[in-house]
Design a protein around this ligand. Structure first.
Ligand SMILES: [Zn+2]
Length: 223
């Protein structure tokens, strides 16, 4: 007898990183204002397009009483010169069929099927890089439930989670350490991919711009 599984999510592709230059030269880095968090280097560099940031903030602000969320897609990359891993989030897929409550949000089977088929159909060259969700009036942290969901839905080292608190306009990324552990109270900033104007669209009060001291900057400065 041939049994066709209703949910075909377990099909794991082997994800190979794209080899490309890390786009530091057209990005603005945002770091937590909190000095303890600021002193920890993120295990993975996250690049976020301005469109993706604006879309997630708009979704986050659309319901100030219930948690809302969705999935983030784009490219998993390695720098072609030094091998540094990084991700570029440029596609936001809000989840429609969610089960919301004051306590937490979950993605139903229908949502997962819809998101996977949407990505395959419209963005076959992209992968899911993680998820985002809101914590109205609760703050930026990772609950036990969030940790469980992250481990089960987004187990790859390069998959991340973003938590947004829409009332206070704060937000931060949660990223696993190399050993797979994740600090539920320490969030990270990100690199905002600015267009040629170099004008930022980031307005979160808990983040601040960081000066960039990469090799390219030093080269420019020494000329
Ligand atoms: Zn949560």
């Amino acid at each position: 007898m041939n049994i066709t599984p209703r949910v075909k999510l377990a099909t794991q592709k082997k994800f190979l990183p794209h080899l490309t230059r890390i786009p530091l030269h057209r990005a603005m880095r945002w770091v937590p204002k909190d000095e303890d968090m600021n002193s920890v280097e993120p295990p993975l560099d996250i690049f976020l397009t301005q469109n993706a940031f604006v879309r997630m903030c708009a979704h986050a602000g659309s319901d100030l009483d219930n948690e809302v969320g969705g999935w983030m897609a784009g490219k998993y990359c390695r720098d072609s010169l030094d091998g540094t891993p990084f991700i570029v989030i440029d596609t936001i897929l809000p989840a429609i069929h969610t089960e919301q409550g004051a306590a937490h949000l979950t993605f139903t089977g229908d949502t997962q099927i819809a998101l996977h088929s949407h990505l395959e159909e419209h963005f076959p060259d992209k992968v899911f890089l993680g998820w985002y969700h809101t914590h109205p009036r609760m703050g930026v942290f990772f609950s036990h439930w969030d940790t469980w969901l992250h481990q089960n839905f987004f187990p790859e080292a390069w998959q991340v989670a973003l938590v947004i608190e829409p009332h206070r306009s704060v937000g931060g990324f949660f990223i696993r350490q190399a050993d797979g552990s994740l600090d539920q109270h320490a969030y990270f900033g990100f690199y905002e991919l600015t267009k040629s104007s170099q004008r930022s669209v980031v307005f979160w009060r808990n983040l601040q711009p960081a000066p960039q001291f990469n090799d390219e900057t030093e080269e420019v400065l020494s000329k």
